[in-house]
Write a protein that binds this ligand. Sequence first.
Ligand code: MEV
Length: 421
Amino acid sequence: MSKTSELPGFYKLSPEERLKLVQEFAGLGDGEVELLRKTGALELEQADRMIENVIGTTELPIGVATNFRINGEDHLIPMAIEEPSVVAAASNAAKMARPRGGFHTESTPPVMIGQIQLVDVKNPSDAREKILAEKMQILAKANEQDPVLVKLGGGAVDLDVRIIETFLGPMTIIHLLVDVRDAMGANVINTMCEAIAPMIEKFTGGRVFLRIVSNLATHRLARAKATFSKEALGGEEVVDGILQAYAFARADPYRCATHNKGVMNGVIAVALATANDTRALEAGAHAYAAMDGAYKPLTHWERTSDGDLLGSIELPVAVGVIGGATAVHPVAKVCRKILGVQTARELGEVLAAVGLAQNLAAMRALATEGIQRGHLRLHARNVAVTAGATGELIDIVGKRMIEEGKVSFERASSILKELRK
Ligand code: MEV
């Protein structure tokens, strides 16, 4: 009999009952089920309240990037990521920023956009006028949805109306601008948009379809800049190489995607450590990079009159420190404490600084020794462990293989044999 993935009532089961069904379906051994059952700090019960159909939790390493000095204060940066070298690279770049004072950051108020899609109006320009004429009433209705947010100094602050052309004809798109304070904000925005949609229909006679947050958070930006001295970078030639790498990214979307991926290595690792919505950040960042019609680097690099390298970054940062998983996930809460940030704006600024550092580190490595050497060190250590090395032998075997330019299980085994003789 063929297996079925139709499992009515699956959602009503306990994680343990679900595990049993999944075990049968996938032919998992008891040991494999045990791995899923085994939780870290996030208990299964808590996980079961976070999403649907839970059968386990997963873990990633959290590394701490060192050397970060942001606006005159030192920070340790927790980063959750599966990729080797990212944490080391961030720490390295942050170290190179220190001689010229580290990172300087700023941000806009935490204003997010909610979109309401209005169609079937006779005249979109008239509809626009009608909506704008009732702006105060609409904002008041939006703010009724979250008096606590309003009390905290946030809430719906403005309305914008755009008319766009689509293959189904013109559409009137209402942007509700909401200061979401320390939340990521998607929930409150969606609630507000749904609440005001009937008013929009009433004022215009049109029909509303979508009512949803926009992940292109152009009003919620974080910026960071830092000067890297040419000495710290390794000399004028390294500065030249980095500028070559940057020029390449500016001119070529194939390179630019990887350039920005490097930026997001840092941004997403911190976002994940603090249980933020990484997909929202990723979508926002890449859409922002393409705002001018061509896909561009999120960072900007130039040589200063002293021959140093000045870097800056600007990106949308829809992150929160309250609400959602950020407030529930026990490890995320500790990570935020390590970071030492109190507000969503501060967190966004840290993300910008880490993204800039990550980009600098990647370009420097690429323009000099290449990226593989750093990766190889960790890889060689892992191979040494697989071959049975323990304690200090791990480093010795790893190093020998790198020096010889051959990293393999066989070579690690024979070096180990030799050393143990
Ligand atoms: C790897 O995860 C990130 C890099 O490819 C970024 C870049 O090429 O700039 C090294």
